[in-house]
Design a protein. Structure first.
Length: 420
């Protein structure tokens, strides 16, 4: 294992093998800029952009001066690999270029605790999939019965819907409980007021990148990995009672647009490669355009905690990204098969990640089984759904082969609904 001259604590999410990208600012320098996390520090890439002097990036150093990652994302994958190689070299213990340049090192290296994090990219479009077989089966069983749990199309297409990019926010942003129409009693008219069934959804998402084809030209499976820049942990907040009343016939709308939180650090696919595992066995075999043989799901351990206001967090779920039925490649290729043009910075989410056991369910809807099985918090309270003042914390970690790397937490606190 290569060591870094930057101190990395043993349980750090950000060893040299990770090097995730993020966008940050500081009080002395409030402008947004791109950084890479290592240990408890951030390397300010705007200060060392001149060091990206390889054959590919020497003409693209300006992307490291930009206030978001879209410029870097729009470059070919070969440029991403060169950037990662350059950073790994610069931060390795044997490299004196940055280590021994006291002035440059002091300007480029700062503590994460001194920085504010921001959305890593300008998100043009956001799509949310529904790709966990266990989650789809659980929800279908609740509302349609076990024999009709899955819709006829579910194992043929990666089902998804277009979400609202404007309400995607970075970790730490409070989330307001929404007002809306609900129908608590099926035999009575609908009511208007605060959501009563506020929920989280444990998800992961990836950013689109590369030189994407124009409108009318689908992304081919053979080229799909050239257009997946990196991943984040996501909490797709959900107003279940609003969603239940509105979703027929066109699907989610106001029940899903109130807020979507993502972790601030984007972990590259190259960093995740050591944690690739076999894809979910798919039956029936997908259509030819959705087939690929290479491993493209990952062993990412995911934890969800609920922290009541003034109390310690309680872990309510432990799941894993490897439970996903449809892969990210399949999601991307299917999304573009009609010729829909994808753009660097677009965000594509997995959908709720649930596993086969109750402890691996990725939403309160499932964990409390529609409110029939309250969850006990460590402070003695119970939860069927989220309460005002609750903070939801999600974390993703990969461990194995002598490496531990993480995404950093994604958090959000529920604020009371506005009186209307």
């Amino acid at each position: 294992m290569t060591m870094s001259w930057v101190p990395v604590p043993p349980k750090s999410n950000f060893p040299l093998e990770n090097l995730p990208y993020g966008v940050f600012s500081t009080a002395p320098e409030p402008q947004h800029r791109i950084g890479v996390a290592i240990g408890e520090h951030i390397v300010d890439l705007s200060k060392i952009s001149h060091l990206f002097d390889g054959p590919l990036l020497s003409e693209h150093q300006a992307v490291f001066q930009q206030p978001c990652l879209n410029g870097l994302m729009s470059l070919p994958r070969a440029c991403w690999l060169e950037a990662r190689k350059t950073l790994t070299t610069l931060l390795s213990s044997s490299c004196p270029v940055l280590r021994d340049n006291t002035d440059l090192r002091n300007r480029a290296l700062l503590l994460q605790s001194e920085a504010s994090m921001h959305l890593p990219a300008k998100i043009g479009d956001y799509t949310d999939f529904y790709s966990s077989l266990d989650h789809a089966t659980n929800v279908g069983t609740m509302f349609r019965g076990k024999d009709n749990a899955l819709m006829p199309n579910w194992k043929y297409i990666p089902v998804g819907y277009h979400g609202r990019a404007s309400s995607v926010v970075v970790s730490g942003t409070p989330i307001r409980r929404p007002n809306g129409q609900t129908r608590p009693v099926d035999t009575e008219p609908p009511k208007f007021g605060p959501c009563r069934l506020m929920d989280f959804e444990l998800e992961m998402a990836f950013f689109v990148g590369g030189m994407t084809p124009g409108m009318g030209q689908p992304i081919q499976m053979a080229n799909a990995d050239e257009h997946i820049f990196g991943m984040v942990v996501m909490n797709d907040w959900s107003a279940r009672d609003i969603q239940k009343w509105e979703y027929v016939p066109l699907g989610p709308f106001l029940g899903k647009n109130l807020g979507t939180s993502i972790s601030p650090w984007v972990v590259s696919m190259e960093a995740l490669r050591p944690f690739a595992v076999d894809n979910y066995e798919q039956d029936p075999v997908p259509f030819q355009y959705l087939q690929h043989k290479d491993q493209y799901t990952f062993d990412i351990k995911l934890d969800v905690f609920i922290k009541p206001d003034g109390a310690n967090p309680t872990r309510v779920a432990r799941s894993n990204f490897k439970y996903m039925y449809w892969t990210m490649k399949q999601q991307l290729v299917h999304h573009s098969i009609t010729g829909c043009n994808m753009n660097p910075g677009d965000l594509l989410a997995s959908g709720t990640i649930s596993g086969p056991e109750p402890s691996t369910f990725g939403s309160m809807l499932e964990l409390s089984w529609r409110g029939s099985k309250p969850l006990k918090m460590d402070d003695g309270t119970e939860r069927k759904f989220l309460q005002d003042g609750d903070t939801v914390i999600m974390e993703g970690v990969c461990e194995g082969k002598g490496i531990r790397l993480g995404f950093g937490p994604v958090t959000g606190k529920i604020l009371p609904a506005l009186p209307l």
